[in-house]
Design a protein around this ligand. Structure first.
Ligand SMILES: [Zn+2]
Length: 160
């Protein structure tokens, strides 16, 4: 099975504390929260079409908590995708739900199931402006509160 993508062996710690040595580590990616996630492939068996079993690989993402580097293995060749300050806001899209039925105006991340169909789209700067106004809250069901409130708090600190 040819595999051109760079990978390195690494030890995976299972939920029950067992360790599987030499699963494959393929890449790592940093989330907007700053947390690094690691894409691994774990060798397994699967039922073959027509009966019998065949080798397969179970792919998933884990954090560094679940991994232990192997001695002497250089992980420097593994593709890494750090979060960049410019990329995150470009991907972010927000919705502003107006004040209604006694509820305050609410900022949602795009696609939030709690946003109403009256919500209108906002850029990140507009969303922050809206949240800076009294009577506007950030939704905690979607990413709005977690993503925007720290930025807002930071900006207020800077302003003294
Ligand atoms: Zn929401």
């Amino acid at each position: 099975m040819p595999d051109a993508s760079p990978s390195a062996p690494i030890t995976l710690v299972l939920p029950d504390g067992q360790a599987i040595e030499r699963v494959r580590l393929y890449e790592r990616e940093q989330l907007d929260t700053g947390l690094w996630m690691y894409r691994i492939g774990v060798p397994l068996w699967q039922t073959a079409v027509g009966g019998g079993v065949e080798p397969a690989e179970y792919g998933t993402w884990v954090t560094a908590e679940q991994l232990r580097p192997l001695p002497g293995i250089d992980l420097g060749g593994i593709p890494a995708h750090p979060r960049t300050r410019t990329s995150a806001p470009a991907r972010w899209a927000w919705l502003l739900d107006g004040r209604a039925h006694g509820r305050p105006a609410t900022v949602h991340a795009e696609g939030c199931r709690n946003a109403t169909d009256r919500a209108h789209p906002l850029g990140t700067v507009q969303a922050l402006d809206a949240l800076a106004r009294p009577g506007t809250t950030a939704c905690t069901v979607c990413d709005a509160a977690e993503a925007l409130l720290p930025i807002l708090a930071h900006g207020q600190d800077d302003g003294g």
